[in-house]
Design a protein around this ligand. Structure first.
Ligand SMILES: NC(=O)C1=CN([C@@H]2O[C@H](COP(=O)(O)OP(=O)(O)OC[C@H]3O[C@@H](n4cnc5c(N)ncnc54)[C@H](OP(=O)(O)O)[C@@H]3O)[C@@H](O)[C@H]2O)C=CC1
Ligand SMILES: O=C(O)C1=N[C@H](C(=O)O)C[C@H](O)C1
Length: 267
């Protein structure tokens, strides 16, 4: 299977190329950066730090559309939507890890499932996807008596908040408790805000240094606290998941899938 990588000079783009290089049955077909990048023409493997791969970086996805079967895209919302349109029009599949999409952007992304096979997940790691299951189970068992707070920490370059993973964790808990996250989420607190309401799910964000990605969901009541924590120590955990998803898509028909499908974790 030939895999293309957009955002090829970004943190995840480089790690995705490294993971493709290390995996069996997949090869790098194309590497794409922004049209203004000084890296156009450079070898994608050398930029990713894995040695020469013989794939020259290009500045437009359209230029290399014949060179891949699946695109792995970890970029930014508007870039991802443009790449979806091009892939759908050319019969390509996509694995998308981009976070920070607005509700309207998310609805637009979802609609592409009718036109192409597509895996979209806020977090590609096995551990986080298992946590989604554990969180739903914990929320069901604990019910409304436990306050739920979600705390996430990431590196100082991250541009969206809260993280996509924190939001997915919120959705997993809210769904299990029969709540709508859009109604009960509280993003940060300051000033004379009054006592906490029972139904709210609070989000707290830390941005510091080189933290790859830490997420904790805290369930607290009078007399006890339960914390479910995931800590990523290497971006390779996300990249391995993305490459696994690309391989998984090989025989899939059109549809919107996520890592629960890829990892056979869906009930
Ligand atoms: N689902 C998951 O498991 C994970 C998701 N992520 C998400 O992936 C995304 C990327 O993260 P990260 O790699 O750290 O970010 P980086 O900023 O390091 O990389 C993003 C890349 O996308 C490119 N890009 C941005 N905007 C455009 C555009 N309009 N057109 C073309 N290319 C564009 C950038 O190019 P340039 O540098 O030239 O601007 C850059 O190379 C984020 O949304 C992040 O939250 C991250 C880790 C795991
Ligand atoms: O930007 C990151 O780095 C990460 N983003 C994803 C998110 O927003 O949840 C996944 C991971 O936590 C790393």
């Amino acid at each position: 299977m030939r895999v293309a990588v957009t955002g090829a000079a970004g943190r995840m783009g480089k790690t995705n190329i490294e993971a493709i290089q290390a995996a069996d049955g997949v090869q790098l077909g194309a590497a794409i950066v922004e049209a203004s990048s000084s890296l156009i023409g450079a070898d994608a493997g050398e930029v990713a730090g894995v040695g020469k791969l013989g794939v020259a970086i290009v500045g437009s996805l359209e230029e290399v559309v014949a060179d891949f079967d699946v695109l792995i895209d970890f970029t930014a919302p508007q870039a991802t939507l443009a790449n979806l349109e091009l892939c759908a029009a050319n019969g390509k599949a996509m694995v998308i890890g981009t976070t920070g999409l607005s509700e309207a952007e998310r609805a637009e992304l979802n609609s592409f499932g009718e036109r192409m096979p597509l895996v979209f997940a806020s977090n590609m790691s096995v551990g986080v996807n298992l946590c989604f299951k554990l969180l739903a189970q914990a929320a069901k068992a604990l019910g409304d008596d436990y306050d739920v707070e979600i705390i996430e920490a990431h590196h100082h370059h991250k541009v969206d908040s809260p993280s996509g993973t924190a939001l997915s964790m919120g959705e997993a808990v809210a769904g299990a408790l029969g709540r709508d996250l859009r109604q009960c989420a509280v993003y940060g607190r300051e000033g004379q805000i009054g006592a906490r309401t029972q139904q709210e799910i609070g989000f707290a964000t830390i941005r510091a240094g080189d933290v790859v990605g830490d997420h904790t969901v805290l369930f607290a009541t009078e007399g006890e606290r339960i914390e479910i924590t995931h800590k990523a120590s290497s971006r390779m955990t996300f990249a391995k998941g993305a490459v696994r998803a690309a391989g998984w898509l090989a025989d899939k028909s059109n549809g919107l899938y996520d890592m629960q499908d890829v990892l056979s974790l869906r009930d």
